[in-house]
Write a new protein. Sequence first.
Length: 391
Amino acid sequence: MKTIKGIGLGLGIFIFIGMVMKTAGTVRQDQPDARHVDLKMNKAQILERFISIDNVCAWPNLTTLPDGTRIATIFNHPSHARMEGEVACYASTDDGKFWELKGKPTPNDPQTNRMNVAAGATSNGDMLVVASGWSLKPGSGQTDLMDLVAVLRPWVSISKDGGKSWDINKSGFPEAQPGMTEFIPFGDVLPAADGSLRVLAYAQSLDKEVNKVSMFKSEDDGKSWQWLSFISDAEGPSEFTGGHNETAFYHNGNGHWVAAARRWRAGQAMDLFESEDDGKSWTMTGNLTDDSQHPGHITSLEDGRLLLTYGNRKVGQRGVAVRASLDKGKTWGEELIIIDDLDFGQDCGYPTSVQLDNGNIMTLYYSRGIPTHQRYHMGTVIWKLPLSQVR
C-alpha cells in the first residue's frame, strides 16, 4: 500500500488451466487457495524495455484517450510519500517508447503532497484524475525526508485538452466516514451499466486496525462523486484480512464487476470480489495471488480474456507478474513472470497494462532502482504472449 503505509523479465509457456478457482461462497482463513498452484516459473517474451521517466516514485496509472494517446499519471518525486510533490501526467503517442510531460492535475499545497490517484476518461473523452495525498511536517530523522501527518481529502481534476490544463474541484469527492481517514483513490475510472462512472477508494481506521474499500458513483461525468457500496469492510469473510485497500476492478458488462483487492493483513495477498448488480453489493469469492503479490490491475485482451497484472514482492523475484482468465474473472490461469529483477531497490511494482494495436502488451511499473540504474523511475516493458496462446 502506498503509505497508508505508515498510517501503514525470457520466453516461456503461457498456460491457462481450467476451473481452478472457487466461484462462489465465502473465503475463510483455513479455506484452500482458489487460484492455480504453479508447478514452475513461466516467463514472458520481452520485446523492449525502457527507463521511461527517471527520478520519480511514480506508482503509474495508465489511461488511453480516444485519439489513442496513452497517459501515465504518476507521483513526480523520488520518495515513498515523504516529500512534497504533485501528480503529473505524461503522454506517449508511440506506444510507450517516449513520454512527454503534459500537465499537472493537482498542484500541491506547501507541506503536502498529492500522490494517491485514480484516473481514466470521462464519457466524452476528457481526462479525469482523482487524487489524495498527505499533509507533512519536518522530518524527525537525519535526512531531508518529511514525516507523514494525515491523509488529505481527494481532489477531482478534469482536463479537456489531453492533460495540459485542468479544472480542479476540491470538494467533489466525499469526506471521510466516522473513525476513518480520508478516502484514498486507486486504479481506473470506468463506466457502469447504468451510464454512470465508477471509481474505487479505500480508507483506514484511525486506530490502524482495519481498511475498507468502497465504490463511488458519478452521474455528472466525473465532476462529483457519491459513495455507493463497500467492497470489503473488514467484516464477515474479510474480517481475517483486516479488510482490504488498493483494489483493481473491471466491468464485464451488464452490471457484472470483478475486483482484485489487496489484503491489509494476512500476508497481503489479493482476493477476488464480484458484483452482479452493477456494484451495489459484493461477494468475496476466492484468493488470487500468493502473499506479497500486490497490488493489481485488470484489463481485457482482444480475444476476450481478462489480464490481471500485479506487483510481485517475493524475495528473489521482485517485479511484475500476470494471470489471465477465460471466463470473465471467475477462474484464473497460471502465473506468468514479466520481470523479476527489481530486488535491488525492493520498493517496486504497482503495474498497469494495456494491449497495443499490434497485439503486444505494454506494462508500466515503478522501481526504486535496478543494479544498472540505481534511482527511482517509471519503467515500461513491451512483451508478447507465446504464439500458442494467441487466438
